[in-house]
Design a protein around this ligand. Sequence first.
Ligand code: FMN
Length: 330
Amino acid sequence: MLLGNLVTDVMIERRFCVAPMMDWTDRHDRVFLRQFSKRALLYTEMVTSAALRHGDANYLLQHDPSEHPVALQLGGSDPDELARAAELGQRGGFDEINLNVGCPSDRVQSGAFGACLMADPPLVASCIASMQRSVDIPVTVKCRIGIDDRDSEVELMHFIETVASEGCQAFIIHARKAFLQGLSPKENRDIPPLDYEKVFAVKRRFPTLDVIINGGITSLESAHELLKRVDGVMLGREAYQNPYILHAVDGVLFGEAVLEKSRTGYLQAYLPYIEAELSRGTPLKHMTRHLLGLFRGEKGGKLYRRHLSEYSRQKDAGINVLLDAVAYVR
Ligand SMILES: Cc1cc2nc3c(=O)[nH]c(=O)nc-3n(C[C@H](O)[C@H](O)[C@H](O)COP(=O)(O)O)c2cc1C
């Protein structure tokens, strides 16, 4: 570990990743998810390079040592600003820097980054080159299979080839195109049809690249099947809404002998973190909002969820709110 230029010795493995999700995969959620799998690579919510430049970088980059391996996702399109942001990320201890080339929201488009960057492969390539020059950790891209009417396989291959030529070795591909006009970000995650074949084609065409497939994966069985065609899978909504799915990742996808716990067991393992955060003044609801899906489909799960959402919000809510909620599922 170098002081002032913290280089982690974590080996990056992208066989199973949890997606970057704004407002969802914050540091509290990532620590919670880490209870279930040691091997999953966790991504932060997107942080813009402008926010890091003008805002409180220490606050924006804070994370817990238990989160590793953890990748910082950046949003931006200014190569110099992104390079500085990547450097801050590396110094802050992240294991990978990822550039968001997949988000279609208006706010992101008005900043000219996110999915609209797919229309400008040379700019993405120069962002990657600039970031990669400023850090030793890997710089990767998360993109779509296309945007609007620019969704041919030829264009996708051209994008990947151009960006890879500047040193990007890993691409996470959300297997849907994005419509830049007319659909909300949420609709853009559901309405454009999934086309896994295009992602498989990228892997065939560029076999030495690390290709990670994303979009609509809801079971480890399908993840296992997909891993026969690509190098990694990334789960978003399912991992957040049904975090227990992660408990089998290390065993099923990495072949590790793991001692599985009950749902309550994973929660218990997270309690010391909650208590430490409470004592730092973090409101209980900041942690418990990520725990609502833990008992999904279980007897008493609805009561657990209702209790937790109702009472965590109260001023000075303490750990007992969580313990009382768990009593419904015991
Ligand atoms: C609430 C929410 C926030 C998201 N925020 C981001 C983000 O910050 N950066 C990003 O690249 N993708 C973001 N996404 C997209 C996911 O990373 C993922 O690509 C998408 O949900 C498809 O995967 P899934 O079908 O497994 O959910 C977000 C998705 C959701 C549901």
